[in-house]
Design a binder for this molecule. Structure first.
Ligand SMILES: [Mg+2]
Length: 377
């Protein structure tokens, strides 16, 4: 296929892998329901009650009962409240959900260590080779569902296929507690019938443009040429061209390429004085520095994130000449970013410090500027 100066070869499609995508069903809400049986059958929304936050805040999870009222995650909690005033609002307990997530992950580890978590409630598993030498990924997926239910009393949905894209689509196909398998011969038909909004990774802008073009299903997408898709959507167009053909050779990687290390704190009540901001930045700098040490990394760019009470959010950054992981360096940069860009005429809801352009610390003595840190790993 010719495209400008580039020639694309039809990409190879790796059909030999066995990938499972596990997705907990309404995770945070299910944890709360499990612990509080009196919630059974009631609409549960995991969010601070909008009355307590003056109408601010968003829904992190809605249980299936609440979804019947059109409530979904990322909706403002005010809107959720308007849709269902008798819904039970529960403030999220993130540390607790993390513990439960770790319990679930320990079940995965009985089968494989090749686990790529996407969030606390979702992960890809590559079970092509697995610790129990089970040839069927479907059997492994079923066992995981059963063991998670038996040990953690939560349901999950699983998708099984030969790549991550299809496994994720499969896990979403029947929820809750579903198990969907897409085998290589089935993939093409499955994708043809899929509504375009289910093509995972399609951003809102792309989705909007596809809609304008009258592309509603996989079939519509399939009929577009690679050239057309690339002209319209650039690199994303080529990704779509491949995906609708069931091609996605991305590996399941447990060593997520760490591009940044950061910490952020949300404050309740909000910060109203400079000293509070300085104090918080000191704590954050310390946490980031410790985290860098744990990962044996250092970085060259400090990013300060500020979110005000009205949700206006800004991020500003400053570079170092040399790599650093020291608390003092990070704090100084963060403070000077605050002085330049921060303002106390609004209350501060959230502060975050992140270090980017990371490199492993053991390269400290090498001539680092010669390295292209982006191609480091
Ligand atoms: Mg989920």
């Amino acid at each position: 296929m010719e495209y400008g100066l580039l020639t694309f070869r039809e990409p190879d499609n790796d059909l030999t892998r066995k990938i499972i995508h596990v997705d907990m069903d309404a995770f945070y809400a299910s944890v709360e329901e499990r612990d509080r049986p009196e919630l059974n059958g009631k609409p549960v929304v995991i969010a601070h009650h909008p009355r307590k936050t003056g109408g601010r805040g968003v829904v992190t999870t809605a249980n299936y009962e609440a979804r019947k009222f059109g409530i979904h995650s990322a909706m403002s909690s005010q809107e959720a409240f308007e849709r269902c005033p008798h819904a039970i609002f529960i403030s999220p307990r993130m540390d607790y959900y993390k513990q439960v997530s770790a319990q679930i992950r320990s079940v995965f580890h009985r089968y494989t260590d090749l686990i790529e978590p996407l969030s606390l409630d979702e992960a890809y598993l590559d079970v092509t080779q697995n610790k129990q030498n089970i040839p069927s990924a479907t059997i492994i997926a079923r066992r995981i569902q059963q063991e998670v239910w038996k040990e953690v009393h939560l349901t999950c949905s699983a998708g099984v296929s030969y790549n991550k894209f299809l496994a994720k689509i499969a896990s979403d196909y029947q929820k809750p507690a579903g198990l969907t398998v897409i085998t290589p011969p089935e993939a093409q038909n499955f994708l043809m019938e899929l509504p375009i909004k289910k093509f995972y990774g399609v951003g809102t802008k792309t989705a909007e443009r596809l809609k304008q073009l009258g592309i509603e299903t996989g079939q519509d997408l399939f009929e577009l040429s690679a050239k057309f898709l690339i002209d319209e959507f650039g690199k994303m167009g080529y990704v779509l061209y491949r995906k609708v053909r069931g091609i996605d050779n991305q590996p399941v990687s447990n060593e997520r390429e760490r591009k940044s290390i950061g910490k952020e704190h949300t404050f309740n009540p909000f910060l109203v004085r400079e000293e509070q901001v300085e104090e918080s930045l000191t704590v954050l700098a310390d946490e980031v520095s410790k985290s860098l040490a744990r990962h044996k990394m250092h970085g060259r760019v400090v990013v300060l994130k500020i979110r005000y009470d009205d949700f206006e959010t800004m991020t500003r950054q400053k570079s170092f000449v040399e790599f650093t992981s020291s608390k003092e360096d990070i704090l100084l940069k963060a403070l000077s970013l605050w002085e330049e860009h921060g303002a106390m005429n609004k209350e501060v809801r959230l502060l975050g410090i992140t270090l980017t352009q990371l490199a492993p610390q053991f390269f400290t003595n090498m001539q680092l500027p010669l390295w292209d840190t982006n191609n480091f790993y």
